[in-house]
Write a new protein. Structure first.
Length: 134
């Protein structure tokens, strides 16, 4: 399939938006990242015109602390423990998602925690909010 470059949609202080009209075959994606104070908001829109389902893979360099394996829903809250800070994270979607915590490759020989958000829909908007835990 090859690689399809993305496009910068907008760039302003504290916020950037980019899109990739052909992220994968029959799939487009757009991502906005906004920083305000100590909060980072990451929004990803995924749309498939084929038989695919919208999903998001979130790689984290810290240790994910899920309260339990969540049942499919439209939002999940958890913490990510880094060496010098603990972040509170709220991930939500416009459609119910199944959340799977897994280990994925990092810079060899290391691994990292990753969360996979799967939907039964061909399109979804995923919003992830990171902020320091109280």
């Amino acid at each position: 399939e090859g690689w399809n470059p993305g496009e910068l949609v907008s760039f302003e202080p504290g916020k950037v938006t980019a899109r990739q009209p052909l992220y994968r075959k029959n799939t487009s994606a757009q991502r906005s990242i906004e920083i305000s104070g100590e909060r980072l908001v990451d929004t990803v829109d995924v749309r498939s015109t084929g038989a695919g389902r919208a999903s998001l893979l979130l790689h984290l360099q810290g240790k994910v602390e899920l309260p339990e394996q969540p049942a499919p829903s439209s939002a999940v809250e958890f913490r990510v423990r880094y060496p010098s800070v603990v972040m509170k994270v709220r991930a939500s979607a416009t459609t119910p998602v199944k959340v799977t915590l897994t280990r994925t490759p990092d810079a060899p020989p290391h691994q990292r925690d990753s969360l996979r958000f799967d939907t039964d829909s061909s399109e979804a908007s995923f919003t992830t909010v990171f902020e320091p835990a109280p």
